[in-house]
Every structure is written in C-alpha cells, then in structure tokens.
Design a protein. Structure first.
Length: 365
C-alpha cells in the first residue's frame, strides 16, 4: 500500500520493507523542511513497527525512479529565509541534523540507493545507512565551501573518517568523488550497475525475511561486488593537506610547479570562500576525535554563526548562495577576499556555541 506523506516524499510498505522515494525531481530532490519532518516521522513509525524489517530509500528524476538521489538542502529557501529573518531556517537545521543522527543510529537496516546526484544534505540522509549503494552515475560531493558554507549534516564526522587527509581535501575543495573512490574511501559500501537497481528494489519487496539480518544477507547473496578502480592510497592528499593551516596547504599546492593536480586544486581553493576554507579545516580536524552527536552539535553552532555572525546579505553563506543559485553570476564577493587575510580571530567564533549546553537545540542526541 502506498502512502503519500506529501507529494515530495512517497512511502509504502511492500512485503516487509518500508520504501521511501524522494519525489521532487525538478529540484533534484533537494530537501525542504516539510520533507525533513516527513522523513523523520516515517522512520520513527517504522522503527516501532514489527512488520517492517528494513527501510530502503531512493530518489527520482524527471523520467521516473532513480537517476538522482538528493542534491542537498533547498538553498533557495535558505537564502530567502536568511534575508527575511524567517525563523524556519533555525528549525530546518535543527530538524535536519536530528534526522541525520536518527539514520546513523537507526535500529533496523537502512539501505540507501545513491544513484545520480548525492550532495550535501543527500549525504546526510545516506552516510548513516547500513548499506550504501552507488552506481556508475553517482556524483558525490560535499561542495559547501563554494557557497560560503561548510560540510554539515555530519560531514565533519564522516569526512574526517576517510583515510589519511582525504577528508580535508574533500571538505575544502568540494570536489566530486567517483563511485569507485567513494567505496575505497569509506563513503559507500558497494558499486552496482544502475540497470540492476529496479530488480534489487523490487526483489526486496518480493522476498520473505525472518529477521533484519536476513535483509543484508540477501544483498550479499546477490554477489554485489565492491567497486573496482578506486584507490586507498592517500599520499598525494597527505603531502599537501596535512599542513598546519589552510594557508600553508594552499601555498604548498601553489608551489608544486609541475604537479598539475596540485596546481588545479590550488586554483579551486582560490575560488572558495577564504573564510570558510579556514573554518572547514578546523571543523574536520576537531571532528576527527568527536562522536557523531558532538559533531552535529558543533555543526549546529557553526551554521547559526554562518547566518547570524554577519546577518542578512552580509553573510558569507547568503552571498555564496546568491552568486551560485540566485543571480547565477558565479562571482561571489567573499569577505575577506583572500585566504592571506583570514585571521584566527575570524575563525574562532564559529566554534563558540551561542547556547549553554542545557539549552542547545540538539542537547538530546
């Protein structure tokens, strides 16, 4: 039986599996506050439903299921809400991060079909899955520094767990991860052909399971192989991204001379928000020793600073979204304009909570 929670989130229970389809294809399934609320309500209900052994989630594109997973949060809403002083922006981040934590700690297997675009908030609703499937069409990234933000939704936690200094590289540059590297770097579990997804999805519905463990065993029985071609070697990233601070990383890349990858990466960093590049490096390194809940609380502090440290149009994040998604001039006016101008005093406020511990919006995680 199919239940339409709202037109953007479709849910149904078939056999013993709860199925979720993100159904906002024109926006690449970008998450709204209502979608976050409906996903959380659905997962909580199924967690307590003995008839549901596991949950599977997918996205949809304009032609139908699969093809796009989730491009992140609805950044146009965030831009409008920040300029208007809409308090729903606070609700969005609190409830989105609570959803991320629920998925990581979910009591039943949660299986993410990460086909197509998987970015930002899309990573937040997939990285905590018991099984993360990618395909040859997967385009995975945490590209937030391009809009003056940081890799949130638990990004500090899961990126810092990548091998070596891969997490710093991905967080600072926002570069896209190939499906094979996603597996090699611990951001996915298996790579499959996109053509096999409908059969796997329907097979879940048509198979009888005696326990949650049998759901994952069923996938294993399908001889799903790990992705080939990815590399666990991190020497290239470690050589540059282990430097003491963001400016030292940038200077080492720019000094590489004949290393085309290094000079290209340096050019990418020069396009990102200098302030947020420095903030994000600090975030990743702090998160490496944090629990997920601690990281999400830190990120909730950080995101409030992003929209309130310099309110309205003066916000680095509002300016980044304007340039990328609203005016689309791709010429953000970063403040400061260069990494050389960023000081420790500019970075520090992002890591000071605006709330006492007993009043933190994520205190109950």
């Amino acid at each position: 039986m199919t239940e339409t929670v709202n037109r953007d989130v479709l849910t149904e229970v078939r056999g013993q599996i709860g199925f979720i389809t993100l159904n906002r294809p024109k926006a690449l399934n970008a998450l709204t506050l209502q979608m976050v609320r409906d996903l959380r309500a659905c997962l909580l209900a199924w967690q307590d439903d003995a008839a549901v052994c596991a949950v599977a989630i997918r996205g949809s594109n304009k032609e139908g299921p699969f093809g796009a997973f989730c491009a992140g949060g609805d950044i146009r809403f965030l831009h409008q809400a920040a300029l208007a002083g809409n308090p729903e922006i606070e609700d969005f981040f609190t409830e989105e991060y609570a959803l991320n934590h629920l998925i990581h700690s979910y009591a039943k297997p949660y299986i993410a079909f990460m086909d197509g675009i998987v970015m930002g908030g899309g990573m937040g609703i997939s990285q905590g899955a018991a099984l993360r499937l990618v395909t040859e069409r997967t385009k995975m990234a945490m590209p937030e520094t391009a809009i003056g933000l940081f890799p949130d939704v638990g990004g500090g936690y899961f990126l810092s767990r990548c091998p070596g200094r891969v997490g710093e590289y991905l967080a600072l540059t926002g570069d896209t991860v190939s499906p094979a590297n996603a597996v090699a770097w611990g951001l996915a579990d298996v790579q499959v052909e996109s053509a096999t997804l409908p059969a796997l999805w329907d097979g879940l519905a048509n198979t009888h399971f005696n326990s949650a463990e049998e759901v994952l065993a069923w996938f294993a029985s399908k001889s799903i192989a790990k992705g080939a071609g990815g590399s666990c070697a991190t020497g290239q990233f470690d050589a540059y991204f282990a430097q003491a601070d963001a400016l030292a990383i940038l200077r080492s890349l720019e000094a590489a001379g004949s290393d085309v990858w290094a000079t290209t990466t340096a050019a990418t960093l020069r396009k990102r928000s200098p302030l947020m590049v420095a903030v994000v490096l600090e975030q990743i390194r702090r998160a490496r020793t944090m629990t997920l809940a601690e990281d999400l609380r830190m990120e909730r502090d950080m995101v409030r600073r992003c929209f309130n440290l310099r309110p309205g149009a003066a916000s680095e994040t509002v300016e980044g979204i304007r340039a990328l998604a609203v005016d689309k001039d791709h010429s953000p006016k970063w403040n400061p304009a260069r990494l050389e101008e960023v000081t420790a005093d500019m970075v520090a406020p992002f890591f000071t909570s605006p709330w006492p511990a007993h009043a933190h919006p994520l205190r109950d995680l």
